[in-house]
Ligand binder design. Structure first.
Ligand code: ZN
Length: 350
């Protein structure tokens, strides 16, 4: 019998200059009810949350806001209390990552829709059903629900720190090895493999690699390419029903760094460096991946990540333990310390 498979996709995607002003009308068109809770941090509230609030109020929405200080379980619970206290019918996540994660998981737990309003193009969680939240006992993301709408204002995102933009490219490029890991698990263990989801995920990586020179120029059209790649990556996860097409061994390396480094680098930056090394393990064209990241201006070495060489080796060594149920090129035993050191040296990461 064919297994039951449900696909939930974002319904409305708006990308463009000064589109935050259309938030209210977009929500009306979608039939989203008042009141609305806007989740943001102090910075993102200033750069975008206020505009979202104004636009909603113009369309007669009752709006309250909740300022988070971290993407952890405590903030998710407080956001849920906010939803219940207000009787909110929709939650907005306004931010780079943390606010979107808190909005996504709290709205999911409260069974109401959420709208994703990214203020940076730093990772593919802006469109995916996955949420990364500390304190749930997992270093990786868990499944929640897809955003009902994504409103990406390029005039806001253009002003985000450059490191967040290059991190977004790293997170999209990571799909290259994530899909290879997925296919390997299908071949070895007959894990469900969705050709369509895999193709979309691979395309996100390929588009970034192909447009590396354009991205180097940091124009608005470059930003659109990155946003579209990240949104497609999120959609590939919606179709697969898991993060499989966009998260493999290179993400495990990043999760391991998050666990052991006192000051980890941005998620996408770590995943990009992980992709270079995992592509070598897959016997693929790792130099092409490394060159693309270099052209874009993304970190390609431990020093550029701001992480000690020893920690890179240790993270490679323990990467397979961050998600043991997910089979990848790292296998069940992972890399020995010596093999990890050789891999990092051969790719020039250390
Ligand atoms: Zn990621």
């Amino acid at each position: 019998m064919f297994p039951y498979h449900q696909i939930q996709l974002p319904r409305h995607i708006v990308i463009g200059e000064n589109v935050l002003g259309s938030t209210g009308t977009t929500c009306k068109e979608l039939g989203l009810d008042s009141p609305a809770l806007v989740v943001a941090d102090e910075v993102t509230m200033k750069v975008a949350g206020g505009k979202v609030k104004d636009s909603l109020e113009e369309e007669q929405y009752q709006v309250d806001s909740f300022i988070i200080d971290a993407a952890d379980l405590a903030n998710v619970e407080k956001a849920q209390q906010g939803v219940r206290g207000l009787g909110a019918r929709v939650v907005f996540g306004v931010g780079g990552g943390r606010s979107i994660d808190v909005a996504k998981l709290s709205s999911f737990n409260e069974h109401i829709p959420f709208v994703s309003v990214p203020t940076a193009a730093s990772h593919d969680g802006i469109a995916s059903p996955q949420a990364s939240v500390k304190g749930i006992g997992e270093p990786h993301s868990i499944k929640a629900h897809a955003p009902m709408a994504i409103i990406a204002d390029t005039s806001v995102i253009m002003n985000a720190p450059d490191e967040s933009l290059v991190a977004g490219c790293g997170d999209a490029i990571a799909n290259w090895t994530a899909v290879k890991d997925w296919k390997l698990s299908y071949r070895l263990h007959n894990e469900y493999y969705g050709e369509y989801a895999a193709s979309i995920a691979k395309l996100s990586a390929a588009v970034i690699i192909r447009n590396r020179m354009l991205i180097k120029g940091r124009t608005e059209s470059a930003l659109r390419v990155i946003l579209e790649a990240l949104i497609s990556s999120g959609i590939s996860m919606c179709i697969a029903g898991s993060s499989r097409p966009a998260s493999g061994s290179e993400h495990m390396f990043s999760h391991a760094l998050d666990r052991i480094a006192t000051r980890p680098a941005l998620h996408g930056a770590q995943c990009g460096v992980g992709t270079i090394m995992m592509e070598l393990l897959h016997n693929g064209d790792w130099i092409k991946i490394k060159d693309a990241l270099k052209t874009i201006g993304a970190p390609i070495t431990a020093a550029e990540l701001g992480i000690d060489d020893d920690l890179i080796v240790e993270a490679l060594h323990i990467a397979h333990t961050t998600r043991p149920e997910r089979y990848t090129i790292l296998g069940e035993k992972g890399l020995s310390i010596e093999a990890a050191k050789r891999l990092a040296k051969e790719t020039g990461v250390i």
